[in-house]
Ligand binder design. Structure first.
Ligand code: GAL
Length: 646
């Protein structure tokens, strides 16, 4: 098992190298991750490649039995390249060139960038291919992060036209499928089609969705090209990965496709970052792990695990003593097998002066050092447990087309895809059940429960698979807007909502309402409880389904807010409005019990994950808690063997 740190020796005087590596060793590490931003150091002038700095670093690492993950450096290109070929710089939606100076400002479709990036990748991989200490290649760094997945330059415009031509073959077909007759937008040729840059009011929704698909194809063609080159030249002992960043549902590329050609997934785990006054809620962090595990349906690495506070210009919450360690335990519980902390030492210069590391600018091996040291020594005995595959009975289904369709028309000002996914995920997480987060085109018949949040694009194929799943005895929970649209981002004609799943859900919807931020609608259950819905409401008429909750405001008291349809051997729930945990946690518990799924009740803010005869226990609160009979200190975490009855 690899444990270690991200190390940037190029940030420091060369005479600090040996002492740093000794310190990293003292931490209990056996791996360093290096190189991913050091293109200029490797090619200071065009065509003059020099890897001597990293040769020395690796030689010293090797002496200490430290293995190396090496990053191909294409996320930050040298200034000479931008000066020579300004066309590599991407453009924002108003046509401003993104200046040299930040990072990731390249256009994925720039032929020049593709050429230079291919060359440096080839050179660096060839140079270290026979190096036994280099045991993994990381491609680029956090594809698409910080808005870099979007570009609106000339290369992208012509690339978009080619993408559309390939897809639709004739412009008439495109006109027909996009409905360009509306507002007289009919095109005579592909070259007339704009990118979705600012205009008066809004662009055609099909155009917006296709442009996002084009972004995805652009990012992924680049990622795959770099992976191919690496694969071609890498040593047999060097697998390939790339590091997925947070905010993956907000990005314009399909992550499953992105990592398809890699050997394993790596994730950068930052439960809190600049500007946040507190970490994202525990369920939200857990979901990010389950998503990464779902990308290749296998365990994954964390190659940037937060230890200190982070921020570029604005800093935020300081992880409390042992809190970052607890987040590491949580990651291991959810499928992380190898972990590197960001970063050995915070840098006193440059844009990330406030991204704190294991060691700070005073260069003392203090509290954080000891926290990481204890984690490394405590976790390694469980390597065999961490390497076991995780199987879950519950899966959340997502589809990037659907997410992008929502982004193209948010419909409710209070809509947020992440929040809607968590609305269904969190109640099951709260009972500590294991959940997979997977794309909807994966096989899912092995699950017992499917959570299908706000899936407004449902095609006939998915609808048929869902029907089969429910009839065979599975439980499905849909939430609002299900089945509204087709893959062209258009509304189904002559289909009563929820479209292709109306019969499956045993309901019909004739009218719907978007609810603004802070707007709520009252609901009551058939047994007299009261609650409220937010974000959206579908007004549901039961057609065979049982009504569990209904609206209680004027005009809509006969309309359902939550229904259950028993169909075949299974159950289909339809959540018509944004109901909260008070309604959904008991419902989740019923579903879990019905299917005999492992769960355990733990205090609010705590988490228990069962894996291979062990319980991983995490306390996300600042007070001590008893979890599964074990006392956990504030932000404490531990692994214990399961007792018989568990
Ligand atoms: C990550 C990134 C690192 C560093 C870190 C700071 O997103 O991969 O290079 O910027 O954030 O928190």
């Amino acid at each position: 098992m690899y444990v270690g740190v991200d190390y940037y020796p190029e940030h420091w005087p060369e005479n600090m190298l040996e002492k740093d590596l000794d310190g990293i060793k003292e931490l209990g590490a056996n791996m360093i991750r290096i190189g991913e931003f050091a293109w200029h150091l490797m090619e200071p002038e065009e065509g003059k490649f020099d890897f001597s700095f990293f040769d020395k670093v690796i030689e010293e690492a090797e002496k200490r039995d430290l293995s190396v993950m090496f990053g191909t450096p294409t996320a930050t290109f040298p200034a000479w390249l931008a000066a020579k070929h300004p066309s590599i710089l991407s453009k924002d939606e108003v046509g401003h060139v993104r200046a040299f100076g930040g990072r990731r400002q390249y256009c994925f479709n720039s032929p020049e960038y593709n050429r230079y990036a291919s060359k440096i990748t080839e050179e660096v991989v060839k140079h270290f291919a026979d190096e036994p200490a280099v045991v993994v290649w990381q491609i680029d760094n956090e594809f698409g992060h910080e808005g870099s997945d979007w570009c609106f330059c000339e290369h992208c415009h012509t690339g978009f036209h080619a993408f559309l031509k390939e897809k639709y073959k004739t412009v008439d077909e495109l006109n027909q499928r996009w409905g360009t007759i509306f507002w007289g937008q009919t095109y005579n040729s592909f070259s007339e089609i704009p990118m979705p840059v600012p205009t008066v009011t809004t662009h055609n929704p099909s155009l917006k969705l296709d442009y996002t698909r084009f972004r995805s194809a652009s990012v992924n063609q680049f990622a795959h090209k770099m992976t191919d080159i690496t694969r071609q030249h890498a040593g047999k002992h060097q697998p390939i990965t790339t590091n997925v960043s947070g905010g993956f549902f907000d990005k314009a590329f399909d992550h499953t496709e992105n990592v398809r050609v890699m050997d394993f997934v790596s994730y950068d785990n930052y439960p809190v970052w600049g500007g946040l006054t507190e970490p994202i809620p525990p369920a939200g962090i857990a979901m990010t792990h389950d998503f990464n595990r779902g990308l290749k349906d296998q365990n994954y690495w964390i190659v940037e695990e937060l230890m200190g506070a982070q921020g570029h210009n604005v800093i935020g919450y300081l992880p409390r003593p042992n809190q970052a360690k607890m987040w590491s335990y949580q990651a291991f519980a959810h499928g992380c097998t190898n972990m590197l902390y960001f970063r050995w030492r915070g840098m006193t210069k440059g844009a990330e002066q406030f991204c704190f590391g294991v060691v700070d600018q005073d260069n003392r091996y203090g509290r954080k050092f000891k926290e990481v040291q204890s984690l490394f020594s405590e976790i390694q005995p469980y390597e065999h447990v961490l390497n076991e595959k995780i199987t879950s009975d519950i899966a959340v289904l997502y589809d990037y087309d659907n997410i992008w369709s929502w982004k193209s028309q948010v419909q409710s000002a209070s809509f947020d895809f992440n929040a809607e996914l968590l609305r269904l995920y969190a109640p099951f997480y709260r009972h500590n059940a294991s959940i997979d987060v997977i794309p909807s085109d994966r096989d899912f018949e092995q699950y017992k429960v499917l959570l299908v949040p706000v899936m407004q694009i449902i095609d006939e194929e998915l609808a048929a698979k869902l029907k089969q799943f429910a009839e065979a005895g599975g439980t499905i929970i849909f939430s609002f807007r299900a089945g509204l649209k087709d893959r062209d981002n258009n509304i189904h004609f002559e289909k009563t909502l929820p479209g292709p799943v109306a019969e499956l859900a045993g309901i019909e919807i004739y009218e719907t309402e978007a609810l603004a931020a802070h707007q709520t609608v009252p609901v009551k259950s058939t047994d007299g409880q009261e609650s409220s819905g937010r974000v959206w409401r579908d007004l549901v008429t039961a057609k065979g389904a049982e009504v569990l909750w209904q609206y209680s405001d004027e005009f809509y008291q006969d309309q359902a807010a939550l229904t259950l349809n028993r169909t075949g051997k299974g159950n289909v729930y339809y959540l018509a409005t944004g109901l909260d945990a008070t309604v959904l946690e008991p419902l989740a518990l019923d579903v879990i019990k019905n299917h005999g799924i492992w769960h355990t009740e733990t205090p609010e803010g705590t988490e228990a994950v069962k894996r291979n005869g062990h319980l991983f226990l995490m306390n996300h609160t600042g007070s001590s808690q008893t979890v599964c009979g074990e006392t956990l200190a504030p932000f404490g975490s531990k692994v214990v063997k399961c007792k018989e009855e568990e």
